[in-house]
Design a protein. Structure first.
Length: 72
């Protein structure tokens, strides 16, 4: 008997971006904020907004296989 490798017809794909709607929205908001301030000083209000968005993103990605346990 000769054993040969059989190719699986089932493939697993991993998303390049979070799939939870809240995570996607937070991620887009983070990118927009960072892009809008590129090369500029951030105000305390913008820093606080960024921190809130990071917390929202981290919360939304917990439990969907992201591996995020806690934000630093």
């Amino acid at each position: 008997m000769v054993l040969t490798h059989r190719l699986s017809t089932h493939t697993t794909t991993f998303p390049t971006q979070p799939t939870h709607p809240s995570a996607v929205e937070a991620n887009e908001a983070i990118r927009a904020l960072v892009d809008s301030r590129k090369g500029l000083e951030w105000t305390p209000v913008e820093v606080a907004a960024y921190e809130v968005l990071l917390i929202e993103w981290a919360t939304a990605t917990q439990g969907i296989g992201s591996g995020v346990i806690e934000a630093a």
